[in-house]
Design a protein around this ligand. Structure first.
Ligand code: WQD
Length: 336
């Protein structure tokens, strides 16, 4: 009997790709999503990709009665918690909403899990907790900080999980610090699908490539980097999804918690990403140099050794595959 995993926020960008990776790995899965940042038809597309019906419950992770009902109706072995708000800029404008969804939402989930005696959780964290690291590549022992409410919520959630695990050894948490997830499933049926003008680089470039947006604004070219633009560790969303399955396997077999970076260990600049996307879409993409964006760091990319050692994780897909899969997704979406 396949072990069943609850994916909170499972209809979103990372969640939907992880759903596919879980099914490919022989797990069963239940999605809980309030569709605040996902389209309802993603479940139809997941059924096409996996060839099996999708169990998706519409609702909010803050609803403990709904969570209790899900645990009563389904024999859940573990939870992967994606349901959170994640736009850095928006978090500055709406800190209370981010605190409530991201922190109170985790606490509601943990209380319901405890009542159901489910003690395995994979938590979606972020390299944003590193701020601007003192040393690169940044490893998991680096100091943590925050410079916006979004980053604050990720840090508080990580520290809350540390306190809970230390107090009760029934719990085991897989804390995954994502770098910059980009790209799309090879079918082009699922991908990053922001509701409005994208904050993040690659979905913004994608809309320039389709003509939906006029040009990219490069936020600063006066950083201390080879071409002056910001450097990040971009990771293909399917590699990231694979990392979640490996984290889950580790929790379910060894019962040992872990905190690991999920990145490639390679940093690319904004202009290098733009050039890669030009190769993917086959035409040049207009841009302008604009002032730096508040809160941005110059350069961050991950040390990937611990994820390899603990989970056997290694990202396989490169920047050109990330951009080609993104272009395949947006070009297909524009034509449907
Ligand atoms: C990347 C680079 C920008 C847009 C954030 C969160 C992180 C994760 C990913 C959730 C930077 C530059 C961007 C644009 C640009 N979120 N840029 N023009 O800020 O590294 O990470 O999103 O999991 O937690 O912190 O990602 O894609 O916004 O920016 O020049 O229109 O692209 O300055 O150098 P970021 P990003």
């Amino acid at each position: 009997m396949a072990q069943k995993i609850l994916l909170t926020g499972g209809a979103g960008f990372i969640g939907s790709h992880t759903y596919v990776a879980l099914k490919n790995a022989g797990f069963d899965a239940v999605i809980l999503d309030n569709f605040s940042n996902a389209r309802r038809d993603v479940t139809d597309r997941l059924e096409v990709i996996t060839g099996t019906p999708v169990t998706c419950i519409e609702g909010d992770v803050l609803s403990e009665s709904l969570l209790d009902r899900i645990f009563a109706d389904h024999d859940i072995a573990a939870v992967i918690h994606f349901a959170a708000q994640k736009a850095v800029g928006e978090s500055v404008e709406k800190p209370l909403e981010y605190l409530n969804t991201n922190i109170a939402g985790l606490y509601a989930l943990l209380r319901s899990m405890r009542r159901a005696e489910v003690f395995r959780l994979v938590f979606s964290s972020s390299a944003t907790v590193y701020g601007q690291p003192d040393h690169l590549p940044v490893n998991e022992t680096a100091g943590r900080s925050f410079n916006n409410p979004y980053g604050f919520t990720k840090l508080v959630c990580e520290q809350s999980l540390e306190q809970i695990a230390a107090s009760d050894d029934r719990w085991a948490f897989g804390v995954l610090r994502y770098f910059n997830p980009v790209g799309a499933h090879e079918t082009g049926l699922i991908g990053e699908d922001p509701n409005d003008i994208p904050n993040n680089l690659v979905p913004y470039i994608a809309k320039v490539a389709t003509g939906e947006l006029a040009r990219l604004s490069v936020w600063g070219n006066d950083y201390d980097t080879p071409d002056g633009t910001g450097i990040r560790d971009y990771i293909h969303v399917m590699d990231l999804a694979k990392g979640h399955v490996q984290s889950l396997d580790a929790l379910l077999t060894s019962g040992a918690g872990h905190v690991v970076n999920l990145g490639t260990g390679t940093g690319y600049s904004v202009l290098e990403v733009l050039q890669a996307y030009e190769r993917a879409c086959g035409h040049t993409l207009p841009y302008r140099i604009a002032p730096r964006r508040a809160g941005d760091v110059a350069c961050v990319y991950g040390d990937t050794r611990l994820a390899k050692q603990i989970l056997g994780f290694k990202a396989e897909l490169g920047l050109d595959e990330m951009c080609a899969s993104s272009w395949n997704w947006v070009a297909r979406r524009k034509n449907t």
